[in-house]
Design a protein around this ligand. Sequence first.
Ligand SMILES: C[S@@+](CC[C@H](N)C(=O)[O-])C[C@H]1O[C@@H](n2cnc3c(N)ncnc32)[C@H](O)[C@@H]1O
Length: 231
Amino acid sequence: MGRVDRPGIQGIRVLTAATELSQFVRANSTVAAPPLCPEVRLHLAAQLTPVWEVLERRSGGNEVPPPYWACAWPGGQALARHVLDNPNLVAGKRVLDFASGGGIAAIAAALSGAAEVLAADIDPIAVAAMRLNAALNGTTFAITAEDLTQRADQRWDVILAGDVCYEYPMAEGVLAWLRGRFEDGALVLLADPGRKYVPLRGVTSLATYNVPTTRDQEAGDARRTTVYRLS
Ligand SMILES: C[S@@+](CC[C@H](N)C(=O)[O-])C[C@H]1O[C@@H](n2cnc3c(N)ncnc32)[C@H](O)[C@@H]1O
């Protein structure tokens, strides 16, 4: 990631009402298909930095998290592609898209016949974006802003986690929580384009994708992205 490596304070509420949140998403994005998943449509921003600057101005200069929801990250695209091409992984299953951003993996799971899908992201603007994105794709799934890493009482058959290894200590906490869910019996699929905190042990590589990216989002024009399963 480029500028988006800057740590943000998660959970700052710059916008409040649900309608205000969805108006913000609409006003700062266009509907487009992510390159690796042309069958999916999302509210995406051509550049993240201008959207982030609007959020910062609205927060009165306070630090706000980057608008991760406005981009389909390499990890999310690779996961969605993998699920769309291997629907048996999720068909009939209870699926969690953890740290879902704009919800690309949740949408892929819903389109692939998952019995239940929950998309979880702690950014309330991501929640608004996901509601819009779910409808764009004719899908329906549950969405929460709860930080699920604070609980261990829920069970899923499959957990999808795209691009969650970019920041410390977030990655450490998330990976420990995912490991716990794996030990509970979930199939945990993690997709990562070689970020700094991706685990080198306890994972098995399932597939690799070359994901086209923009210069605003990443350093190059494409990122080689691997889908792993925790093992
Ligand atoms: C780089 S984005 C990836 C989004 C999406 N998975 C994708 O690949 O397009 C990381 C996301 O993790 C979310 N996040 C960070 N910590 C989280 C937590 N504890 N629970 C849920 N979401 C979290 C952020 O709000 C952000 O939307």
